[in-house]
Write a new protein. Structure first.
Length: 96
């Protein structure tokens, strides 16, 4: 049981880290023209979406624009999204 919880925490942390790296690289290298090209934009959002979603949740809570329930739901979606990315990474490395 403890092994599974530890694996989930590593998957979450790894997925969120990978998502943050992708969004940072995209912001450094991407341009507005890349946002109009779906062959570039959608794969980037597939990997960077968890980090972008969590950033929007934190920004909305800081400015008091969003209600608490919506923020909890969006944070849970971000947790799930980054955990799935992390499980893909752990699976690629053969960790189970």
């Amino acid at each position: 049981m403890l092994h599974h919880v530890t694996l989930l925490l590593f998957a979450f942390a790894g997925g969120l880290t990978f998502s943050g790296l992708v969004v940072t690289c995209y912001r450094l290298l991407g341009t507005m023209a890349a946002e109009k090209n779906p062959l570039v934009y959608y794969p980037v959002i597939m990997f960077a979406g968890a980090s972008v979603l969590m950033e929007n949740v934190l920004r909305a809570r800081k400015t008091k624009e969003a209600d608490f329930g919506g923020c909890v739901l969006a944070a849970a979606c971000s947790f799930f999204w980054s955990s799935m990315l992390g499980l893909l990474m752990l699976g690629a490395y053969g960790v189970s």
